[in-house]
Write a protein that binds this ligand. Sequence first.
Ligand SMILES: Nc1nc2c(ncn2[C@@H]2O[C@H](COP(=O)(O)OP(=O)(O)O)[C@@H](O)[C@H]2O)c(=O)[nH]1
Ligand SMILES: [Mg+2]
Length: 449
Amino acid sequence: MFDTLSDKLQRVFKNLRGEGKLTAANMESALREIRVALLEADVHFRVVKQLIESIREKAMGQEVLDAFSPTQQVVKIVRDELIKMLGSHQARLRFANEPPSAMLIVGLQGSGKTTSTAKLARWLEKNGHSPLLVSVDVYRPAAREQLAIIARSVKLPIYTGTPEEKTPLELVRSARREAVQTGRDVLLVDTAGRLHIDEALMAELRELRDLLSPSEILFVADAMTGQDAVKSAGEFHNQLGITGIVLTKMDGDARGGAALSIRSVTGQPLKFTGAGEKPDAFEPFHPDRTANRILGMGDVLSFIEKVEENIGQKNAEEMQRKLLDNEFTLADFRDQLRQIRKLGPLESILGMMPGLGPMKDLKNVKVDEKELTRIVAIIDSMTPRERNNHMIINGARRRRIAKGSGATVQDVNSLLKQYAQTRKMMKSFTGGGFLGKRLAKLKLPMLQQ
Ligand SMILES: Nc1nc2c(ncn2[C@@H]2O[C@H](COP(=O)(O)OP(=O)(O)O)[C@@H](O)[C@H]2O)c(=O)[nH]1
Ligand SMILES: [Mg+2]
């Protein structure tokens, strides 16, 4: 659902990467593009404004590690702010101190309340709870029957009521009694919806709320309706006081605006998302994973941590100095290759890098581990003098090195060429910290596009 937004943001980062250095001017143009991308994704204009302002503030305030390249700094800032907007941490369900906990499922007609009620019951069961279902949509017998059918098909207990019980209040009273008697710890109440918010419905929901003192009032919103969903969430919250949001139809082609704005606009957390009609197409909402998905960067931060763990800061600084002083030798080149290999299989490392998102680009990138081994073997066959000064490696030396490492003279030639290119390329990355140089280099010689 975030594909278009994701593509656009990645283009912004890619353009920034070309700049080498962050300036007020290129940051402003990046911010403009980010703003347009968010608005086009149907994010609420106030949320966009807020987000852009805090990104600008952070970017100009340089509240980030020098270790990151300019692009990475911006990616990190945007990621942090996106997560903040989405809710910082995963919002968990609240339960009553004394079971059974009551949870009211509310929302407009067709938003997915009945489906989500059954999905939530399944999820609760899987997580060690024993829910009881009840539908209080007394206006549409078919709606109550719909919940009963789903419940039966997935073997969930449901309170269906007696013919005498005609009002929502009567139904939930008996359902609660049954939950207590049968030792169920959560009572899930599927409520009636309307096409529009009306006073009668709100009055009924308030009565249910006052009777049950629910631990959760979950507003079910249809992601496909975009800002309308956000607006009704806000109105329900004003009139009823919701405790969380379930966003359904994430499998559709909505642009993502509802998911991205609903938390900021209503102040209430997104707790679950539904992405399909099947009872299992339902999961807790994770702000950080969603932000990562939007940025399409696999897991760049864990990558950065990994690099920092494996390549000591000191070593890195030394390498940086060597680069600047033009002392980056073949021996260093070999050490770098070894370091890179220590990080794990190259494919998985590259999969974590921004712009090389796991699935998309990697399909046409081939990482040749064998090639890497061969390069290291060739450098191992050199004398220390040769490793420290590649300029002395003439034809005779090349033949000897080739022989010693079981490679051909062409292999040696191409290695020396790669080394020279890498050196040149690394030197041109003077904009960022050492990681920028490293990341840039990772994409060099052993990759074939
Ligand atoms: N594709 C998709 N359809 C959904 C999802 N949740 C609900 N639906 C469908 O949306 C329609 C309305 O759902 P329902 O639960 O009856 O909504 P209610 O009126 O709020 O109770 C039904 O056809 C559901 O199958 C979802 O996450 N993805
Ligand atoms: Mg329903």
